[in-house]
Unconditional design. Structure first.
Length: 222
């Protein structure tokens, strides 16, 4: 789907809250992975995968457990997160995650970097981001109403390197009660023959044609 990786890198995240009166803005974060035993009425391990690695599937008594604790030493606010069978934590930087990179302002909109394509093997440097989000404001966390559109590298009609845009954010289907919908773009510039020579030109087009006025209280909040 168009722009899903960039949208997923920036939308629907939240953060713990400090207690009233706390002046600290950051958090202490630790994580631990260890082998845990599932408490159930079943015992033993039976799975087509085999019995040598009991953590390779979800049927065994043992599993890899991840515990993440986020806390403030000053006010005492804390959050504990537990997960079963997580992917092995890896060391990244913000360019690989597609978030945390300072957005760039073009006109009245901001360009946010999305995740790069998964090129190379192992730890080879990734390529340039496959998607860029264009938003109405500079914020630590974006909401769907902040998104103007997305910019994607493309091959132009004459075979040259260009960029195209997607805009008009909507939801793939109505979400179930208590669940978040999947955001997608309704309009795609490639289908209309819209190509731009560079990222800046594409962002300026979105600024002029797709960006609505910033919501109340908008502006730079990061």
């Amino acid at each position: 789907m168009t722009g899903l990786s960039a949208l997923a890198a920036h939308l629907s995240y939240t953060a713990p809250e400090h207690r009233d009166g706390c002046t600290v803005t950051g958090w202490e974060v630790d994580y631990r992975m260890d082998t845990a035993v599932r408490e159930s009425s079943y015992s033993g391990h039976s799975c087509p995968i085999g019995t040598e690695d009991k953590t390779a599937c979800g049927h065994g008594d043992e599993y890899e457990a991840l515990t993440v604790r986020i806390y403030c030493p000053k006010c005492g606010a804390a959050t504990k997160l537990d997960a079963e069978l997580p992917g092995r934590p890896m060391v990244y930087d913000t360019t690989r995650l597609g978030m945390g990179v300072k957005p760039r302002r073009i006109g009245q909109v901001w360009i946010y970097q999305g995740p790069p394509p998964r090129l190379g093997i192992l730890c080879d440097p990734p390529g340039d981001p496959q998607w860029y989000l264009v938003a109405r404001r500079n914020a630590l966390r974006l909401a769907p109403e902040d998104i103007v559109g997305a910019v994607e590298p493309a091959i132009g009609p004459r075979g040259g390197a260009t960029y195209t845009v997607s805009y008009d954010l909507t939801e793939l289907s109505p979400p179930a009660p208590g669940e978040q919908g999947t955001p997608v773009f309704r309009k795609h510039g490639r289908l209309d023959g819209q190509f731009f020579p560079n990222l800046t030109a594409a962002a300026r087009w979105l600024d002029e044609h797709a960006a609505a006025p910033a919501p109340a209280g908008g502006g730079r909040t990061a």
